[in-house]
Design a protein around this ligand. Structure first.
Ligand SMILES: [Zn+2]
Length: 564
């Protein structure tokens, strides 16, 4: 049996005549064996095999002189006929790491290799996207606040892991023929980002976004992990939806998706979901985001129940009775525009109540998209009293005020609404001093149809995965925010909140990092954005700092320049 490389390994069962591993070990018919990425496995003509648990998608690559065209059948669509017509070819089994828990029914994933009879062929097993075999980054400024690291170093990635990190550590590996070398002088290497709050719209609203496009956008934004909110159609309140999302993400093969399941069934605020099952299926937290859990009794039970599974309860803090009919923040601007306002206190009263409940129950509580100075003060006080509370802020609440709505710009309609300058100042200060733990995008894609209408009709939300870092780098140096705190808030802290292994720049770690050019200036409108939607007021803003390269799970998931 070959060594299995953790998450990136899988299992194949041979049928018929058995098989042979290129490493020399031979297999008897029916043997189970495990392969690590890059291990080769050969079958003799007429041999058959099937894919067992471990989960993988088969594909056929035209090998050798034919080039590398990949054909990727759907899971369950493999079959003899599929391989017909490919003369000189190599079969490539592409493993999707997260599928190891998705349990593809054996029969569905099984296929036979007989169609390859009489052709020279080799079998190869590799992850959905090949791990960086030997990637050498030279002379980057590596910054990992969790490790106190800020130094100019080389980083060597071999088969998906950081194997060396230090000054000149890449000099020798860079000479290897198979090495891909990136001259990274003047670039910053950061632990890859973790988004606690994104709406990927699948299932149900794939016309706005789907898991594949959302994860591609995340990769382009420097993210290795994305937590997806449950207000899909149907709502992610069952094991089946959670599993489907994990499965779809694994098929895509980009950043890792972590579903956030609903607190209550259908997000109706009444009956709790089966959190034990949802946790087991891959959910990392619970939230009814989009609506607030209004009932104190339900919120109390949710905190008590989620505590058993060490999941944070994420609240969309909005007293709906105080915000009925509101489109924007309640203040001078709403009065001037003649629009009904969403007062700060509608957020503050819920946060205050929930903090009392969290303290009483002794459970983990997290405030989504905190938007008011009052909530920031409440969280600061609660942390001072050691209540187990964390919170997040969005880029738009750090950058814009309700004055952006003076022209009735629907792109600026968001929930909670853009506030006033004093809130923005308080949020930046709270982020800088760590009261606000994390930056979350609240990526909320919508189509033009849902935004090119009257303000009152427009859907709230804006897309943000690709823009977040470029929007926020400008805050460093112009406010109290340090670069270390920015990176911490984008990566380490949100990972901890979601219980995800935090991306880390150290030898032995899985390669999950992003390489950015801090000097780059760019406008979203001039870019090929990966998201399906374009609803952002920042489309023509000049952003600062650009993501060049992102690795997630040891795999290159974004490469702005190509060829890495
Ligand atoms: Zn929300």
């Amino acid at each position: 049996m070959l060594a299995a490389g953790g998450a990136e390994s899988g299992r194949v069962r041979t049928g018929g005549g058995g098989g042979r591993l290129r490493t020399g070990s031979s297999l008897a018919p029916g043997d189970d064996f495990e392969l690590a990425p890059g291990d080769d496995f050969e079958l003799a003509p007429g041999d058959d095999f099937e894919l067992a648990e471990g989960g993988c998608v088969a594909s056929l690559a035209r090998g050798g002189t034919d080039g590398g065209t990949d054909v990727r059948p759907e899971v369950g669509r493999g079959g003899e006929g599929f391989f017909d017509g490919f003369a000189s070819s190599a079969m490539v089994l592409e493993l999707t790491p997260s599928l190891k828990e998705a349990k593809i029914p054996r029969g569905e994933a099984a296929f036979r290799s007989r169609a390859l009879e009489g052709v020279g062929h080799a079998m190869r097993w590799r992850p959905m996207s090949a791990p960086a075999e030997l990637l050498v980054l030279r002379g980057a400024r590596a910054l990992d606040p969790a490790r106190g690291l800020d130094a100019t170093v080389d980083v060597v990635v071999e088969r998906g892991r950081i194997v060396r990190l230090g000054p000149d550590a890449g000099a020798e590996p860079a000479r290897a023929e198979r090495a891909v070398v990136v001259e990274a002088g003047g670039r910053w290497l950061l632990p890859a980002f973790v988004d606690l709050h994104a709406h990927l719209r699948e299932p149900g609203q794939e016309y706005k976004e789907d898991i594949a496009s959302g994860l591609s956008a995340a990769a382009a934004g420097g993210y290795a992990h994305v937590c997806a909110m449950p207000n899909t159609q149907p709502v992610n309140d069952t094991r089946a939806v959670t599993e489907m999302m994990v499965h779809r993400a694994a098929e895509h093969g980009g950043p890792t998706l972590h579903p956030i399941a609903a607190i209550t069934k259908r997000q109706e605020g009444k009956e709790l979901t089966e959190m034990a099952e949802l946790r087991a299926a891959g959910a990392v937290a619970v939230s009814d985001d989009g609506v607030c859990v209004m009932s104190s009794a339900v919120m109390r039970r949710a905190l008590e129940y989620a505590k058993n599974f060490d999941m944070p309860v994420i609240q969309h803090a909005e007293d709906h009775e105080l915000t009925a009919g509101a489109d924007i923040h309640e203040g001078a601007i709403s009065a001037r525009l003649g629009l009904r306002g969403w007062p700060r206190v509608a957020e503050d009263v819920i946060v205050a109540r929930d903090l009392l409940l969290a303290e009483y129950v002794g459970a983990r509580y997290h405030v989504a998209h905190l938007s008011t100075r009052g909530s920031a003060r409440l969280v600061r006080e609660a942390k001072g009293r050691h209540i187990d509370v964390t919170c997040e802020v969005t880029p738009h609440h750090l950058l814009l005020t309700d004055a952006a709505l003076l022209g009735y710009d629907t792109a600026c309609k968001v929930n909670p609404p853009l506030r006033e300058a004093e809130d923005v100042a308080a949020l930046v200060e709270a982020l800088a001093d760590g009261t606000i733990d994390a930056i979350a995008t609240d990526h909320a894609p919508h189509t033009p149809l849902e935004k090119d209408c009257e303000l009152s009709q427009a859907k709230p939300g804006l897309m943000g995965l690709e823009l977040c870092f470029g929007l926020l780098l400008g805050l460093v140096g112009t406010s109290g925010l340090t670069l270390e705190r920015l990176v911490d808030a984008l990566s380490t802290r949100p990972a901890r909140i979601a219980g995800i292994d935090a991306p880390s720049l150290r030898e032995g770690a899985l390669a999950e990092f992003t390489l950015v050019d801090p000097a780059a200036r760019w406008k979203p409108e001039n870019e090929r954005l990966r998201s399906k939607s374009r609803n952002t007021p920042f489309m023509s803003r000049e952003l600062m700092g650009k993501v060049l390269l992102t690795l997630a799970r040891g795999v290159v998931v974004h490469d702005a320049n190509g060829g890495t």
